[in-house]
Design a protein around this ligand. Structure first.
Ligand SMILES: Nc1nc2c(c(=O)[nH]1)N[C@H]1C(S)=C(S)[C@@H](COP(=O)(O)OP(=O)(O)OC[C@H]3O[C@@H](n4cnc5c(=O)[nH]c(N)nc54)[C@H](O)[C@@H]3O)O[C@H]1N2
Ligand SMILES: Nc1nc2c(c(=O)[nH]1)N[C@H]1C(S)=C(S)[C@@H](COP(=O)(O)OP(=O)(O)OC[C@H]3O[C@@H](n4cnc5c(=O)[nH]c(N)nc54)[C@H](O)[C@@H]3O)O[C@H]1N2
Ligand code: SF4
Ligand SMILES: [Mo]
Length: 667
């Protein structure tokens, strides 16, 4: 045990768990970072990635100073400049752009690199500043919007089960979610349920490490979950196990939805989902007979053409079974719908309405009308769809690109000005888990290295340099935190900055166990709205011609990276072993692919290279390559998103990362 000062913080990454951590500081240096054993949900463990966070803050390639481009666009060649020079050049360019083209010529492009309410996307850092300039709005649709909209149409909110209540479930469906990789703290609660006799089923086109730990695994065809849900409900109806009282008093559209269920008997659903009819029947029987059933369905399901509809039908299941009556019953997608902070983006500062530009559509919407692209907490060249076209667009000479970053990502290579950003141990922030019911405080533990500045401080300095006189642009971090907590919502009663600073976290002021919707749903009727229209929307991979690209590519979370974050960490890169593609033995044989050998994965949009892993963890016709590898650190210089299209899902304009067709050939 070291002596030093203990500083409480929280993981900022786009992971449901938002871990509580303790940093030990000696002589101004962060010496250790450990999971906080006192936190009721994360209970002391971090993860394979964030165990290297401190090492990452000190990485040799950390960006420590402002820089200006000296090579051609995209070359990644820069010279060091001072903050004053950077602010001056930016101010001159922004003023000229606003004067000549209007504020909407600026695209503030922020991503999920930090979920901080101050420094990251949840409080929409920088938005007040952009409002004063009249910049375009940015629609952050890259991650979860299809599911959010689908759930909101059904329940009135994307918020669902408190994940802690899975300990009380008797049947656990891990549906399109790789718990042990993408938010592993839920697992303890799943194991508690199991110890009390629960049966755990994984539904995933890949036999993931989570699926391998489950009691039962269904290798569903990608994008067909709505059909499976209807088939399971068909069995529930055959058994007469629907909760008639709940349906009558708590839901609407039952007559229509019942018809839709009856159109999907297990035999038909088997043909759509690629699952044996008897397995669908067996799971349907379990669902019919097991209360409470807890469904953990996360973002994997909704990264498809019909992803929004899939979440709608899955959300309908507890409406039919009445599972929302019980702790441990219902659907858990995200808890963010239960968080009621006062996010005051000051949209009243806009002089006139402005257009909205869409995050996943960078490749098409970054046209001549955009004169400044301002990227922060995002790495679009690595993470956004249609990588090759994004690169082309970023080469435009008259586009002024500013990137605020910690590391020299592929996106940084295209910047005109790079601004050095702090990391989580170096700035203050407030967080809320999207996989638990706690607000989290992050106290800075150390001084920023070099000349790094936080997001909030960067925008304050920029405002000052531009001579903007709107007072709210200068609110301090503590003032911003106070404002966030000032919504007056009862779930925040008694939660103050002082308390958060002292304790590190606070559970939202809700019952324990928290069972949502016992007093009705936040829909206009107060009822759960069962789908009325065609409930199953097929994936692109089922409706498009499967020639000349016959394989369905799924691109899920990598175990060792968090999106592209850590993609440059030498040890995590070593563990990942470079970009990989999982191929079924039959597909490999048909193409002369060998395990451990490099292959080219391609379609009409582009190509990337990866090492082949031949495995029956994917079924014939389905291949899988994780997201997260940096294109420039990958063979061939391209990443998985070179073959991902910028198509929209059915709802919320969500991204379709798991719904693309490819072919593979040996290199
Ligand atoms: N280690 C690690 N953790 C992460 C991340 C990471 O990059 N690495 N990313 C973080 C972020 S940004 C997010 S949004 C979450 C995402 O994490 P998840 O919500 O888990 O989403 P995905 O990894 O996209 O997909 C989850 C699983 O769904 C499966 N899947 C794909 N398509 C379908 C389908 O049509 N039906 C079904 N039933 N399953 C399908 C995939 O094979 C995968 O195993 O995780 C966060 N956690
Ligand atoms: N093929 C495929 N692609 C995917 C997905 C998929 O399933 N498949 N998933 C998508 C999902 S779910 C998401 S959420 C997106 C994520 O896509 P992005 O939002 O682009 O997130 P990252 O790729 O993690 O890049 C975040 C960057 O922010 C930087 N950063 C972190 N903290 C800070 C900070 O405090 N200040 C500043 N200035 N920078 C910071 C990090 O260094 C990192 O380079 O990726 C999507 N991309
Ligand atoms: S990435 Fe997730 S599991 Fe890892 S430390 Fe952060 S919140 Fe915890
Ligand atoms: Mo995400």
């Amino acid at each position: 045990m070291t002596g030093g000062l203990r500083v409480l913080g929280a993981c900022p990454l786009d992971c449901p768990d938002t871990c509580s951590w303790v940093v030990t500081v000696e002589n101004g240096e962060a010496v250790t970072m450990r999971g906080n054993p006192d936190h009721p949900y994360t209970r002391g463990a971090l993860c394979v990635k964030v165990n290297r966070y401190l090492e990452h803050t000190r990485a040799a390639d950390r960006i420590l100073h402002p820089m200006r481009r000296i090579g051609p666009k995209g070359s990644g060649r820069f010279e060091r400049i001072s903050w004053d020079e950077a602010l001056e050049e930016i101010s001159v360019r922004l003023r000229a752009i606003v004067d000549e083209h209007g504020g909407e010529a600026i695209w503030p492009y922020n991503g999920t690199g930090s979920l901080g309410y101050l420094q990251g996307c949840e409080g929409v850092a920088g938005r007040r500043f952009w409002n004063v300039l009249g910049a375009s709005r940015h629609f952050l649709n890259i991650c979860s919007t299809a599911g959010n909209v689908g759930l909101t149409q059904t329940n009135g909110t994307p918020g669902g089960m408190d994940p802690e209540t899975f300990a009380s479930s008797k049947l656990v469906l891990l549906w399109g979610t790789n718990t042990l990789t993408s938010g592993h703290h839920l697992w303890k609660f799943v194991q508690d349920a199991r110890a009390a006799g629960a049966h755990v089923v994984a539904i995933d086109p890949i036999r993931t490490r989570t699926a391998e730990q489950a009691d039962e695994y269904l290798p569903i065809l990608p994008g067909t979950d709505a059909a499976l849900a209807l088939g399971l409900l068909h069995v529930v109806l055959e058994e007469g196990a629907e909760d008639r009282d709940y349906l009558e008093n708590r839901t609407e559209n039952w007559a229509e939805f019942r018809e839709e269920i009856l159109r999907h008997p297990p035999a038909r659903v088997a043909g759509i989902t690629g699952l044996p009819e008897e397995d669908i029947r067996a799971l349907g029987l379990r669902l019919a007979r097991t209360r409470p059933t807890g469904i953990r369905a996360t973002m994997g399901i909704q990264r498809h053409a019909g992803g929004g509809a899939a979440m709608r039908v899955i959300a309908a299941i507890p409406g039919v079974t009445g599972d929302w009556r019980h702790p441990g019953g219902g659907v858990a997608y995200s808890t963010s719908g239960h968080v009621h902070l006062n996010i005051d983006t000051r949209d009243d500062l806009l002089a006139r309405p402005v257009r909205t530009l869409t995050m996943t559509r960078l490749a098409t919407e970054l046209d001549e009308s955009v004169k400044c692209l301002w990227v922060y907490t995002a790495n679009p060249v690595g993470s956004s769809p249609d990588q090759n076209r994004i690169r082309e667009r970023l080469l435009r000479e008259d586009l002024f690109t500013v990137v605020m970053e910690q590391f020299p990502t592929d996106t940084v290579d295209y910047a005109d000005i790079v601004l050095p950003a702090t990391m989580q141990t170096e700035h203050l922030d407030l967080h809320a888990g999207y996989g638990h019911m706690y607000l989290m405080w992050n106290e800075p533990a150390v001084k920023p290295p070099g000349e790094c500045l936080s997001t909030t401080e960067t925008f304050r300095r920029l405002a000052r340099h531009l001579g903007l006189d709107e007072p709210s642009l200068y609110d301090s971090d503590l003032e911003l935190a106070e404002e966030l907590l000032s919504s007056g919502h009862p779930s925040l009663d008694g939660i103050t900055v002082d308390r958060l600073r002292k304790e590190g976290w606070a559970r939202l002021n809700v019952a324990q166990p928290f069972v949502p919707f016992t007093d009705g749903f936040p829909t206009p009727s107060g009822r759960l709205r069962l789908p009325r229209e065609a409930a199953y929307v097929p994936p692109h991979t089922a409706t498009a011609a499967r020639e000349p690209y016959p394989l369905t590519l799924v691109t899920p979370a990598a175990h060792t990276f968090l999106n592209t974050t850590f993609g440059n960490n030498p040890e995590l890169l070593r563990r990942a072993g470079g970009p990989r593609v999982l191929v079924n033995p039959a597909d490999a044989a048909a193409r002369g692919l060998a395990s451990g050998r490099r292959a080219r994965v391609f379609n009409g949009s582009g190509a990337f290279e990866a090492e082949v892993e031949i495995s029956d963890r994917v079924r014939p016709g389905v291949v899988a390559a994780p997201k997260g590898n940096w294109p420039k650190l990958s063979p061939g210089g391209a990443g998985v998103n070179a073959v991902v299209d910028a198509r929209d899902a059915d709802l919320g304009r969500g991204a379709v990362y798991h719904d693309n067709l490819v072919e593979i050939e040996p290199v």
